[in-house]
Design a protein around this ligand. Structure first.
Ligand SMILES: Cc1cc2nc3c(=O)[nH]c(=O)nc-3n(C[C@H](O)[C@H](O)[C@H](O)COP(=O)(O)O)c2cc1C
Length: 171
Protein backbone atom coordinates (compact mmCIF):
# COMPACT_ATOMS: atom_id res chain seq x y z
CA UNK A 1 0.00 0.00 0.00
CA UNK A 2 1.26 3.49 -0.82
CA UNK A 3 2.11 5.52 2.26
CA UNK A 4 -0.04 8.50 1.26
CA UNK A 5 -3.15 6.34 1.64
CA UNK A 6 -4.85 5.42 4.86
CA UNK A 7 -7.00 2.35 5.16
CA UNK A 8 -10.58 2.82 6.23
CA UNK A 9 -13.72 0.74 6.57
CA UNK A 10 -16.33 0.95 3.79
CA UNK A 11 -18.77 1.89 6.55
CA UNK A 12 -16.83 5.14 7.08
CA UNK A 13 -17.29 6.37 3.51
CA UNK A 14 -19.46 9.45 3.22
CA UNK A 15 -19.57 9.90 -0.58
CA UNK A 16 -22.87 9.64 -2.39
CA UNK A 17 -22.58 6.44 -4.50
CA UNK A 18 -24.92 7.79 -7.19
CA UNK A 19 -22.81 10.83 -7.92
CA UNK A 20 -19.53 9.03 -7.23
CA UNK A 21 -20.12 6.30 -9.82
CA UNK A 22 -22.73 7.79 -12.11
CA UNK A 23 -21.51 11.37 -12.39
CA UNK A 24 -17.84 11.39 -11.45
CA UNK A 25 -17.13 7.90 -12.88
CA UNK A 26 -14.63 5.30 -11.71
CA UNK A 27 -11.67 3.38 -13.05
CA UNK A 28 -12.09 -0.38 -12.92
CA UNK A 29 -8.80 -2.27 -12.90
CA UNK A 30 -8.61 -5.99 -13.51
CA UNK A 31 -5.45 -7.97 -12.99
CA UNK A 32 -2.37 -7.80 -10.83
CA UNK A 33 0.48 -5.32 -10.68
CA UNK A 34 2.39 -7.54 -13.15
CA UNK A 35 -0.37 -7.39 -15.74
CA UNK A 36 -3.40 -5.16 -15.39
CA UNK A 37 -5.69 -2.95 -17.45
CA UNK A 38 -7.91 -0.02 -16.49
CA UNK A 39 -11.26 0.97 -17.98
CA UNK A 40 -13.77 3.63 -17.06
CA UNK A 41 -17.13 2.62 -15.62
CA UNK A 42 -20.16 4.71 -14.74
CA UNK A 43 -22.59 1.90 -14.07
CA UNK A 44 -22.28 -0.08 -10.88
CA UNK A 45 -23.27 -0.21 -7.27
CA UNK A 46 -22.03 -0.17 -3.72
CA UNK A 47 -24.00 -1.92 -1.02
CA UNK A 48 -24.43 -4.96 1.14
CA UNK A 49 -24.98 -8.55 0.05
CA UNK A 50 -24.59 -11.78 2.00
CA UNK A 51 -23.81 -9.52 5.00
CA UNK A 52 -20.71 -8.23 3.26
CA UNK A 53 -19.91 -4.80 1.84
CA UNK A 54 -19.88 -5.27 -1.93
CA UNK A 55 -19.20 -3.44 -5.16
CA UNK A 56 -21.00 -4.52 -8.33
CA UNK A 57 -19.66 -3.75 -11.79
CA UNK A 58 -20.95 -4.57 -15.28
CA UNK A 59 -18.47 -5.39 -18.03
CA UNK A 60 -19.31 -6.07 -21.68
CA UNK A 61 -17.54 -9.12 -23.15
CA UNK A 62 -15.72 -7.15 -25.85
CA UNK A 63 -13.75 -5.10 -23.31
CA UNK A 64 -10.07 -5.98 -23.00
CA UNK A 65 -10.64 -5.65 -19.25
CA UNK A 66 -13.11 -8.55 -19.42
CA UNK A 67 -10.30 -11.12 -19.73
CA UNK A 68 -8.56 -9.62 -16.70
CA UNK A 69 -11.80 -9.77 -14.74
CA UNK A 70 -12.23 -13.42 -15.67
CA UNK A 71 -8.69 -14.51 -14.98
CA UNK A 72 -8.12 -12.81 -11.63
CA UNK A 73 -9.74 -13.08 -8.21
CA UNK A 74 -9.42 -9.39 -7.41
CA UNK A 75 -10.43 -6.16 -9.06
CA UNK A 76 -10.21 -2.57 -7.89
CA UNK A 77 -12.44 0.46 -8.28
CA UNK A 78 -10.62 3.78 -8.14
CA UNK A 79 -12.07 7.25 -7.76
CA UNK A 80 -10.28 10.52 -8.46
CA UNK A 81 -10.48 14.13 -7.47
CA UNK A 82 -13.26 15.71 -9.50
CA UNK A 83 -10.97 17.87 -11.69
CA UNK A 84 -10.87 18.50 -15.47
CA UNK A 85 -7.53 16.66 -15.58
CA UNK A 86 -8.95 13.41 -14.20
CA UNK A 87 -12.15 13.81 -16.19
CA UNK A 88 -9.95 13.74 -19.27
CA UNK A 89 -8.13 10.64 -18.02
CA UNK A 90 -11.44 8.85 -17.37
CA UNK A 91 -12.75 9.92 -20.76
CA UNK A 92 -9.63 8.47 -22.38
CA UNK A 93 -9.80 5.18 -20.46
CA UNK A 94 -13.46 4.91 -21.43
CA UNK A 95 -12.75 5.28 -25.13
CA UNK A 96 -9.37 3.73 -25.81
CA UNK A 97 -8.59 0.05 -25.36
CA UNK A 98 -5.71 -1.62 -23.60
CA UNK A 99 -5.64 -3.99 -26.56
CA UNK A 100 -3.98 -1.37 -28.71
CA UNK A 101 -2.07 0.73 -26.19
CA UNK A 102 -0.88 0.94 -22.61
CA UNK A 103 -3.42 3.27 -21.02
CA UNK A 104 -1.37 3.60 -17.84
CA UNK A 105 1.57 5.23 -19.59
CA UNK A 106 -0.66 7.15 -22.01
CA UNK A 107 -2.41 8.78 -19.01
CA UNK A 108 0.68 9.03 -16.80
CA UNK A 109 -1.03 6.88 -14.17
CA UNK A 110 1.07 4.61 -12.00
CA UNK A 111 -0.45 1.27 -11.01
CA UNK A 112 0.55 0.03 -7.56
CA UNK A 113 -0.20 -3.16 -5.67
CA UNK A 114 -3.05 -3.03 -3.18
CA UNK A 115 -3.64 -6.35 -1.40
CA UNK A 116 -2.81 -8.29 -4.55
CA UNK A 117 -4.93 -6.09 -6.79
CA UNK A 118 -3.71 -3.11 -8.79
CA UNK A 119 -4.84 0.52 -8.74
CA UNK A 120 -3.35 3.88 -9.73
CA UNK A 121 -1.52 5.74 -6.98
CA UNK A 122 -3.08 8.98 -8.31
CA UNK A 123 -6.56 7.91 -7.11
CA UNK A 124 -8.16 9.53 -4.08
CA UNK A 125 -10.21 6.48 -3.08
CA UNK A 126 -9.53 2.84 -3.90
CA UNK A 127 -11.79 -0.13 -3.22
CA UNK A 128 -10.13 -3.54 -3.46
CA UNK A 129 -12.71 -6.20 -4.30
CA UNK A 130 -12.62 -9.99 -4.27
CA UNK A 131 -14.95 -11.63 -6.75
CA UNK A 132 -17.83 -13.45 -5.10
CA UNK A 133 -20.22 -13.89 -7.97
CA UNK A 134 -20.38 -13.38 -11.73
CA UNK A 135 -23.30 -13.80 -14.08
CA UNK A 136 -24.18 -12.70 -17.58
CA UNK A 137 -27.27 -10.56 -17.96
CA UNK A 138 -29.66 -12.29 -20.35
CA UNK A 139 -32.50 -10.92 -22.43
CA UNK A 140 -35.10 -13.30 -20.99
CA UNK A 141 -34.49 -12.01 -17.47
CA UNK A 142 -35.43 -8.42 -18.33
CA UNK A 143 -38.82 -7.67 -16.85
CA UNK A 144 -38.94 -4.34 -18.65
CA UNK A 145 -37.93 -5.41 -22.15
CA UNK A 146 -37.76 -1.78 -23.29
CA UNK A 147 -34.36 -1.55 -21.58
CA UNK A 148 -32.86 -4.10 -23.97
CA UNK A 149 -32.91 -2.45 -27.40
CA UNK A 150 -31.28 0.89 -26.47
CA UNK A 151 -28.55 -0.81 -24.43
CA UNK A 152 -27.81 -4.07 -26.23
CA UNK A 153 -28.04 -3.41 -29.96
CA UNK A 154 -24.89 -5.49 -30.36
CA UNK A 155 -26.24 -8.40 -28.30
CA UNK A 156 -23.35 -7.61 -25.95
CA UNK A 157 -24.95 -8.24 -22.60
CA UNK A 158 -22.88 -7.25 -19.60
CA UNK A 159 -21.34 -9.71 -17.23
CA UNK A 160 -22.14 -8.66 -13.68
CA UNK A 161 -19.39 -9.07 -11.11
CA UNK A 162 -20.16 -8.75 -7.42
CA UNK A 163 -17.03 -8.30 -5.35
CA UNK A 164 -16.58 -8.18 -1.61
CA UNK A 165 -14.85 -4.94 -0.66
CA UNK A 166 -11.89 -6.38 1.22
CA UNK A 167 -10.07 -3.07 1.67
CA UNK A 168 -10.65 0.67 1.22
CA UNK A 169 -7.86 3.21 0.90
CA UNK A 170 -8.26 6.96 0.87
CA UNK A 171 -6.00 9.98 1.02
C1 LIG B 1 -18.30 7.30 -18.77
C2 LIG B 1 -18.08 5.91 -19.29
C3 LIG B 1 -18.62 4.84 -18.59
C4 LIG B 1 -18.45 3.52 -19.03
N1 LIG B 1 -18.99 2.49 -18.30
C5 LIG B 1 -18.84 1.21 -18.73
C6 LIG B 1 -19.36 0.13 -17.97
O1 LIG B 1 -19.93 0.30 -16.87
N2 LIG B 1 -19.21 -1.13 -18.47
C7 LIG B 1 -18.59 -1.38 -19.67
O2 LIG B 1 -18.47 -2.54 -20.10
N3 LIG B 1 -18.05 -0.35 -20.40
C8 LIG B 1 -18.15 0.92 -19.94
N4 LIG B 1 -17.60 1.95 -20.66
C9 LIG B 1 -16.83 1.66 -21.88
C10 LIG B 1 -15.38 1.23 -21.62
O3 LIG B 1 -14.78 2.02 -20.62
C11 LIG B 1 -14.59 1.37 -22.93
O4 LIG B 1 -15.14 0.50 -23.91
C12 LIG B 1 -13.10 1.11 -22.78
O5 LIG B 1 -12.46 1.58 -23.93
C13 LIG B 1 -12.77 -0.35 -22.55
O6 LIG B 1 -11.38 -0.47 -22.42
P1 LIG B 1 -10.60 -1.84 -22.54
O7 LIG B 1 -10.87 -2.40 -23.93
O8 LIG B 1 -9.16 -1.46 -22.34
O9 LIG B 1 -11.12 -2.75 -21.48
C14 LIG B 1 -17.74 3.27 -20.23
C15 LIG B 1 -17.20 4.35 -20.94
C16 LIG B 1 -17.36 5.66 -20.49
C17 LIG B 1 -16.76 6.80 -21.26
Amino acid sequence: MMSEFTQCSPYELTQNPFSLIGKEWALLTGGTIENCNPMTVSWGGLGILWNKPVATVYVRPQRYTYGFMEENDLFTLSFFENTPEYRKVLGFCGKESGRTQNKWTACDLHPCAFDGGAAPKEASLILVCRKLYAQDLTEDCFIDKSVVAPNYAGDDFHRMYIGEIIACYRR
